[in-house]
Every structure is written in structure tokens, then in C-alpha cells.
Unconditional design. Structure first.
Length: 271
């Protein structure tokens, strides 16, 4: 019987082809896995971006609602409460102090004094709520006007130095910056027992930076992060919301006896 001679298969070639096929399979798997992971990451980023946009829209709606409510209260204070107090003062002026006894005259004078003080406070609150100066003359003039009213020589000395090269092109952004400063100054006056308060602004590299320094009792960054989530920290929460809306940042520091609050806003967030 004749035996057929079958050519021997080159083992080296076979192994090489097998390894190449396996490598190709592994590479294909890695490419598919990488593509899947990239799509998953892009999807997660899209969800994150959407969530951030939704959060910003909620904050923006809350801020606009707050501003609308401020204007409503301001109009009521100025138009109704202010008018009633002024009318009351006119009636009191129609009395004749010279016909009163010493005690009655003293009560009358004290009533006039308290009434005048009430009228001034109503006007101050109304102006702060409505921020007419801000809309008419810009952010810097509004801050100068606000701090001048807060200044109490001998009790709280306030110095303000603002970068005059800054001009806001977006009233809503300027209002948020103004409200942040209002809230910060209000907290300092209420809680810090400071006697010196300094406010400065710097415009550089497309960013507007405010630095507030005082010699009272202040917060650290850790305390701020904690308190803004508590119910009593509503003012701090409002500050943080406006910072988020402006795409800015805020930092609380305590250096020796000096407390520093610095917040920075990119002009793109204001304009």
C-alpha cells in the first residue's frame, strides 16, 4: 500500500498566526471597552452638567424671586409705612409744646426724636432693599453709599477703596455682588464686635476680587462650610448661592487678630 506524504504544517507559523489573532481579539476588546467607558463617562458628565444647570436655574429663580420680594417690600415701606410715619410727624408738629407741662413736653420731644429716627431707618431699609443707587450709578457708587451709611465713627470705622476701572455690563450680576457685600457686612456688624472694617476691590486678569478685613471675631472656612447648611445660617446660604450663580469663589481666613474674607468673581459670570 502506498503511503501519502502530507506536508508538515510549520508550527512556528501556526503559533504566530494564533498569537496575532489573539492579540487582535484582545485589542478589539480593549478598544470596545475603552469606547464604552468613554461613552459612559461622557454620559455621566452630561448628567452632571445637566444637574449643575438645573441647580443653577433653581438658584437663579430663587435669587430673582428674592430680588422681586425685596422690591415689593421696599415699595411698601417707602410708599405706605414711610407715608404713615411722615403723616404722624405732621400731626405731632401741630401740637403746642409750650402749652404742655414739663413731663408732657419731654415725652413730646422724645416722641418726635423716635419718630424721626424711625423714618430714617425705614428710608435706609427701603433704599437697601431696592438698590436704586446701584441701578442708576453702578456697583462702586452703591457700595460707597452703603458703607457710608454703616460707618459709625468711634464705634465702627469703615474704609472703602474700590477699583474704579470696573464697570458692570450686567445689572443682575452687579446686584448679586452688592447683596453678597451687604450680607457679609451685616454679619460682621451683628456678630463680630469689630471696630475697624476695610473693603477693597481689585480688577485683574478678567476677574473682580473683593477683600474684606476686620478686627472682630470672624469665621474660618471650615466654620463657614458648616454653618451655611444650618437653618440659622440662611444668610451664609444666600451668599453661597450667589457665589455659585456668579461662578465665583469665597474664602474665609483668620490671620492673627485680623479676619479676612475674599471673594472672586470672573467677569464672564457678571457679564
Amino acid at each position: 500500500m502506498e503511503i501519502l506524504n502530507i506536508p508538515a504544517i510549520n508550527i512556528t507559523v501556526f503559533v504566530t498566526v494564533a498569537i496575532a489573532a489573539m492579540l487582535l481579539l484582545i485589542i478589539s476588546f480593549l478598544i470596545a471597552f475603552n469606547t464604552s467607558q468613554r461613552k459612559k463617562f461622557q454620559y455621566q458628565q452630561s448628567l452632571l452638567h445637566l444637574k449643575e444647570e438645573q441647580q443653577n436655574e433653581l438658584i437663579r429663580a430663587a435669587v430673582m424671586s428674592e430680588e422681586t420680594e425685596r422690591h415689593r417690600i421696599s415699595d411698601q415701606l417707602h410708599g405706605e409705612v414711610g407715608a404713615l410715619l411722615s403723616a404722624t410727624r405732621l400731626y405731632l408738629y401741630n401740637l403746642h409744646p409750650q402749652k404742655m407741662g414739663e413731663n408732657e413736653n419731654e415725652i413730646f420731644q422724645k416722641s418726635i426724636e423716635l419718630l424721626n429716627e424711625s423714618i430714617q431707618k425705614v428710608r435706609f431699609i427701603s433704599h437697601n432693599l431696592h438698590s436704586n443707587v446701584l441701578r442708576e450709578f453702578g456697583l462702586n457708587e452703591a457700595i460707597y453709599s452703603f458703607t457710608q451709611k454703616l460707618n459709625q465713627p468711634g464705634k465702627l470705622n469703615i474704609t472703602t477703596l474700590l477699583d474704579e476701572s470696573y464697570e458692570s455690563k450686567n445689572p443682575e450680576g452687579a446686584i448679586s455682588i452688592y447683596r453678597i457685600l451687604q450680607e457679609l457686612c451685616g454679619n460682621i456688624i451683628k456678630h463680630s464686635a469689630a471696630t475697624e472694617l476695610n473693603i477693597q476691590s481689585f480688577l485683574s486678569g478678567g476677574r473682580l476680587r473683593f477683600v474684606i478685613k476686620h478686627n472682630g471675631v470672624g469665621l474660618t472656612q471650615q466654620e463657614f462650610e458648616k454653618l451655611r447648611y444650618e437653618k440659622k445660617g440662611l444668610g451664609l446660604k444666600n451668599i453661597q448661592n450667589r457665589i455659585i450663580l456668579l461662578k465665583g469663589s469665597i474664602l474665609f481666613e483668620r490671620i492673627g487678630d485680623e479676619n479676612i474674607i475674599a471673594f472672586t468673581v470672573p467677569l464672564s459670570g457678571d457679564e
